[in-house]
Design a binder for this molecule. Sequence first.
Ligand code: SF4
Length: 266
Amino acid sequence: MAQPETFSFSRVTTFEQCPRRYRYRYLDGVREAFQSIEAFMGQQVHATVEWLYNQRLAGHEHAVEAAVGRYCTEFDKAHSASKPTVRVIRADMAAEYYRRSGAEMLADFHRRRFVADGLETVAMERHFVLDLGAGAPFQGYIDRLARDSDGTLHIIDFKTGARVPARFEGKDADQLDAYALALFTQTDADELVLVLEYLRTATAHTKRVRRSQIEEVRRRLAARIAAARSATVFPPIPGSLCDWCGFNDLCEAYPSRRVGPARFGR
Ligand code: SF4
């Protein structure tokens, strides 16, 4: 079943990267045949980071061993429950490699970022819905909303992917700019701090943004949503990420498409 027409940042970027994938997921409502092990591992790491901060909010501090232990337990539980829909794409890798890699990045994050963090957490997974005047609402989830000692709000997003940019830029930066737009709309803040936490390197890129800069963000985001909404053709754009696309068994452009059980999209 097609999903209701609410736009997320992920929906916008899916359209821009491959309109066919966008059509399968958001217009045809087709379920992806699998989830990549990288995305699955990222979910488990995110869940444990969220747990750590929620536990701190409730007055419980957990050592690195407890965090890693919880992650491993949840990973194993979810992995055995979700088989066979979690897929290891790279032929030279096994699920155990990703499990260990998630545990290592979580341990590093705990030692180098979590322990030293002095911000007050306001909310985890803060949901917002925003009317941009683009004909469809824009929604998102802020991984962590926190406040510093000056009272300035920090919008924090945790990234577990392999790609770590050299500075605050690109798709990750655009996403946080869009989230800042929501906070400026919903609060009277004049300035916000945007934080991209890269768990793979236990580093962060930050940017301060002022209310006066945000109109341009609104204009660009509304235009991107309008482009997706008005599209009438959805060509496939094959590339290096096709192996990780859960619709590649449907897509005629998938380079290594094999003949197998057919699924039918629009
Ligand atoms: S297999 Fe590649 S071209 Fe086809 S829908 Fe997926 S990402 Fe797009």
